[in-house]
Every structure is written in structure tokens, then in C-alpha cells.
Design a protein around this ligand. Sequence first.
Ligand code: RP5
Length: 159
Amino acid sequence: MVGIIMGSDSDLKVMQDAAAMLQYFNIEFELTVVSAHRTPLRMVEYASKAASRGLKVIIAGAGGAAHLPGMVAAITTLPVIGVPVKSSNSIDGWDSVLSILQMPNGVPVATVALNAAKNAGILAAQIIGTSNTEVADALIRYKEELNSSVEEKIRKLSA
Ligand code: RP5
């Protein structure tokens, strides 16, 4: 249902947080490496077949000259969530953030914060939740748990 792709296996340590959230919300996903620069034909194949294969959302993470999310968004009509990964050669991750964020009019990528694959997983769940009541209910519970965990901390602070 959700495709998680990344430019390199070195992105996995960040991107596994997206997979963990999809597991939490009981959403099927696949996870693979697709490089815009090193395997461009594979990228075109993946993006052009994603919708007909039944995917609903693509989460794409990349670092440095992070063209993968934008190029996939250029090909597919599915929503693409971009995760800027701070790779080892990064200039503090700004290269990744700006490469993914600064898309031209007409080709949006929903860009999350640097290394924020967890939020990408939640955002994908929210998209799926618009047409899936089980996921929508799980998201309500998740919000309630977030709220309770903060209230608990506030109680402890004021005790
Ligand atoms: C990008 O270059 C990848 O997304 C990764 O973040 C970065 C470095 O890749 P490796 O050299 O570690 O394979 O394409």
C-alpha cells in the first residue's frame, strides 16, 4: 500500500523509522533502494508502475543531491512524501532539505524535516486514513496517546 524508497542502503538507518510507524498503524508497505542517479531507469520503472501496482503513497528518502523524491513526483500522480536524509557528505543536511523542498510549481513533494522519517510514516498513515476507517481510528488513538504522554509529564513536573 505504501512504497518506501531510498537513494542508498546508507539511508536505511533513517528510513526505518517510516517503516516502524507503518507497522504501528498496521499498514502494508514495501521498502527498497531506488537511486535517481545510480539506477535512473529503475526509478522511472518504479514511479511509472507504482499506482497500477496498488501503491497509494510513496515515501522517498535521499541525501545530498536528493533528486529521488522530486523525480518520482514528476512521474507519478501518487502523493510523494520526501525525507531529506543527512548523509555523511552533507553540508549539515541543507543540501538534502533544499533539493527536496524547492520543487517547481505543478510538482509537489510533501517534505518533512531533516531525518524525520517517523513523521513521513505518520503522514502516509494519515493519507491512507482518509479512506480506511481502521487506520483513521488508530490515528485518533495515537493522537490521544501523544496528548496523555504530555499531560503525564506536566503532572510529574507540577507534583
Ligand atoms: C544519496 O547519496 C543517497 O540517498 C545517500 O543519502 C547519499 C550517499 O549515498 P552512499 O554514497 O552512502 O551510497 O544518493
